[in-house]
Design a protein around this ligand. Structure first.
Ligand code: DX5
Ligand code: ZN
Length: 244
């Protein structure tokens, strides 16, 4: 018994999953989505984040099914569809058929969230739930074990290029604790205002997937170099960036 304890205390801590990078196509040149997908195929991009806005759940309209269908044959990575729409349950099968691998709905848009999560899984997609900045992590307590992903919004959804809300760091840590308590293996994704200034701190707080739009596509070096820089930063954050 004592020996087992001694051995266990010398075991290394379990390896952390390397964070995934998901560039948000909303900030890309939408007239050239094929070229963007081909460029990202060679980049440090794990998923392609695809923001669907309906002008009702959020005060903006972006793109939807036909653009996803056009993108799919050119995309090498899984497509991570973020549905910022009312009644997402009416469109899940259509988004799966158009090419979604990961499907995320908003907590605030789903009075019957458990049913929607089951529908997503039955379609063969991974099921994610997004929380707006004002929605507490604790509301996921009864669904956490059923989820594949929790998307923590670090801006109010609807627009790219907004400033990161600092409270998100605490929210990510709260979601992480809730997932551990529930025995859930769900990934934590963070979306909005993500850049080199906050990426390392987000990962340290528990983020597994970082979505970045403006930072990736509007940086002077372009998306490939910016994603490579982000990957490098997360491999070797250094004491300074880890505290930001
Ligand atoms: C916001 C969208 C985000 C957006 C992120 O409603 O969900 O995915 O594209 O863009 P940036 O990184 O510019 O904040
Ligand atoms: Zn998004």
């Amino acid at each position: 018994m004592v020996l087992t304890f001694a051995v266990m205390t010398h075991l290394p801590a379990p390896a952390r999953r390397a964070p995934l990078l998901a560039p948000s196509l909303l900030a890309s040149d939408l007239a050239n989505i094929q070229a963007t997908a081909e460029l990202l195929a060679t980049a440090e991009a794990d998923w392609l984040h695809f923001d669907v806005m309906d002008g009702r759940f959020v005060p903006n309209i972006s793109f939807g099914l036909p653009i996803l269908e056009a993108l799919r044959p050119h995309a090498k990575q899984p497509i991570d569809v973020h549905l910022m729409i009312e009644r997402p349950q009416d469109y899940l099968a259509a988004f799966r058929d158009a090419g979604a691998t990961h499907l995320t709905v908003h907590y605030e848009a789903c009075p019957h969230l458990h049913r929607v999560v089951e529908q997503i899984k039955n379609l063969g997609c991974t099921a994610g739930v997004a929380l707006n900045p004002a929605t507490p992590a604790s509301l996921l307590q009864d669904i956490a074990a059923d989820l594949d992903l929790v998307l923590v919004m670090s801006v109010n959804p609807g627009f790219g290029g907004q400033s990161f809300i600092p409270h998100t760091l605490q929210k990510v840590a709260e979601v992480k604790e809730l997932l551990l308590d529930s025995g859930s293996a769900a990934l934590i994704e963070v979306d909005g205002g993500v850049s080199q200034a906050n990426a390392a701190a987000l990962v340290q707080a528990g983020a597994d997937v970082l979505v970045a739009g403006s930072f990736v596509f509007k940086s002077p070096g372009g998306p490939v170099a910016t994603l490579a820089g982000l990957r490098q930063l997360l491999r070797d954050p250094g004491p300074e960036s880890a505290e930001k």
